[in-house]
Design a protein around this ligand. Structure first.
Ligand SMILES: Cc1cc2nc3c(=O)[nH]c(=O)nc-3n(C[C@H](O)[C@H](O)[C@H](O)COP(=O)(O)OP(=O)(O)OC[C@H]3O[C@@H](n4cnc5c(N)ncnc54)[C@H](O)[C@@H]3O)c2cc1C
Length: 438
């Protein structure tokens, strides 16, 4: 626990339990394990949190971005936070004074939460951005907190704890396996129809799925997030439906056997089955809409879902003949082509429409290749795109890919003589680099 006296004030980082969908993204993003959870809530340990802000951009709902000024010695303890159903009210200046706390001046109120990439990197205790090696956990620092300037308006939280409708019931209208049957990775393309209920989504947004039944504490399961894999006008144009790309989780991150609650529920769906859904979520990982805007998509596994959505929307625009699109580059990694969702359909896309770069790490007889290797190979194309204000970069997939991808982009920039610190700050400020990993 913090040892400062009760006359000092702390701007305590808290998670709003009324909005949080318990997706775990903040806990995964925190580089120093300050965030934990029990069966009820995700919480921030005030004695560990260094306010590096790595957790802020990954939160789909904004529940993570809550702060309360408290006397340091009376910071909300973990046990207290675990029991909350909503955040406590702000303490008034009079209440703070009662605790013997000095009232904050402006500088104290700001509490030194880092705002720039350089500060975030420093707070993460990583190599400076201009250094030669990649930062240990760069995503929180590099990802943009604003969408591209030409992104369409994204609706969020239409269904959920705080909305008029707590959930919307969708119907499964399709479920097909999109990785080769018989191989280890079982990934499904699932289509949900919302019937008469409005559920507007954009490419890059996600939805929350609440699996039926109760968890170990006898409570309804927390929602799990899944990226939308279809274009904004529906998996089938003009229909009120979305598609998802879901990998059946049968092992935890350490390789121990488990049976993931929501992913198995979803992969087992039959046509006609009902699913409780919340959302939509996400207002920054959105595609540009202006003509000749280029998109570089870098993904592994189910991280292909938002890339499929963006590609499909651009394909439909191209087909209409009414949109002058820019370049599309896809860097897609998997262990083998059999484990790469949508491999067949991707190959059938015209090469003058999309520039495909696959990387397979476990093809027998072939050297291991990762997406970052492909990025380095394409440095001559990527360096100008990094500098092009009309080019937007998206990274999605397993958390483990983040560092390698960021290191490769940094090398591409530096080898072209670019100042990575300045460039990465600009990419972030202009909403041109978006990371979503889980
Ligand atoms: C923004 C966002 C978008 C996402 N989009 C997708 C998507 O498009 N497709 C998709 O399949 N998933 C996606 N996920 C992951 C998804 O939300 C679930 O975490 C995942 O399906 C596991 O949920 P579960 O209920 O099956 O497993 P749980 O019952 O929650 O977990 C079971 C065990 O597996 C571990 N585990 C959890 N997730 C994984 C994983 N991905 N790989 C290996 N072990 C895991 C847990 O630590 C736990 O030990 C996304 C997550 C986020 C935050």
């Amino acid at each position: 626990m913090d040892t400062r006296t009760n006359t000092t004030l702390l701007k305590q980082h808290l998670i709003d339990p009324a909005i949080c969908i318990r997706c775990g993204a903040c806990e995964a993003a925190c580089p120093i394990q300050a965030i934990s959870h029990d069966a009820n809530n995700y919480v921030v340990d005030p004695s560990i949190c260094e306010k590096c802000l790595a957790c802020i951009p990954v939160c789909p709902t904004g529940a993570i971005d809550n702060w309360r000024m408290v006397p340091t010695a009376r910071a909300y303890a973990l046990d207290e936070q675990f029991g909350w159903f909503e955040l406590p009210e702000e303490l008034t200046p009079a209440q703070l004074a009662e605790f013997g706390a000095e009232l904050p001046d402006e500088a104290a109120a700001a509490d030194e939460a880092p705002q720039t990439l350089a500060q975030a990197e420093a707070a993460l205790a990583v190599e400076p951005a201009s250094g030669d090696s990649a930062p240990a956990s760069p995503a929180g620092g590099y990802t943009a907190r604003t969408p591209p300037w030409s992104a369409a308006h994204a609706y969020v939280n239409l269904y959920g704890a705080r909305a008029a409708h707590k959930t919307v019931t969708a119907t499964c209208v399709g479920n097909v396996r999109v990785t080769e049957v018989g191989k280890q990775y079982d990934t499904h393309h699932i289509i949900l129809d919302f019937g008469a209920m409005p559920f507007p989504v954009l490419e890059g947004q996600s939805i929350g799925v609440i699996a039926p039944g109760l968890d170990a504490r006898g409570q309804p399961h927390f929602a799990r997030q899944y990226s939308v894999a279809s274009a904004r006008n529906g998996e089938r144009p003009g229909y009120n439906n979305v598609s998802l790309t879901i990998k059946r989780v049968l092992e935890d991150y350490e390789g121990n056997p488990v049976r993931g609650v929501a992913s198995n529920f979803m992969c087992d769906l039959k046509v006609g089955d009902k699913v409780e859904v919340i959302g939509p979520f996400g207002s920054t990982f959105l595609m540009p809409n202006h003509p000749k805007s280029h998109i570089v998509m870098i993904c592994t596994g189910t991280g292909s879902a938002p890339m499929r959505a963006m590609t499909e929307w651009r394909r439909r625009l191209r087909k209409s003949g009414k949109f002058d699109g820019g370049r599309l580059l896809l860097f897609f990694g998997a262990r083998s082509k059999e484990e790469l969702p949508y491999f067949g359909p991707l190959l059938s896309l015209p090469r003058d429409f999309i520039d495909l770069n696959f990387a397979f790490s476990r093809t027998p007889g072939q050297p291991k290749t990762y997406v970052q290797d492909r990025l380095r190979e394409r440095a001559a194309d990527l360096a100008p795109l990094l500098q092009d204000a009309n080019c937007y970069f998206y990274v999605c997939g397993l958390k483990a890919m983040e560092n390698g991808v960021m290191q490769a982009l940094r090398e591409v920039a530096q080898d072209a003589g670019l100042d990575w610190a300045e460039l990465s700050e600009r990419l972030k400020k202009e909403g041109r680099l978006h990371l979503e990993t889980y």
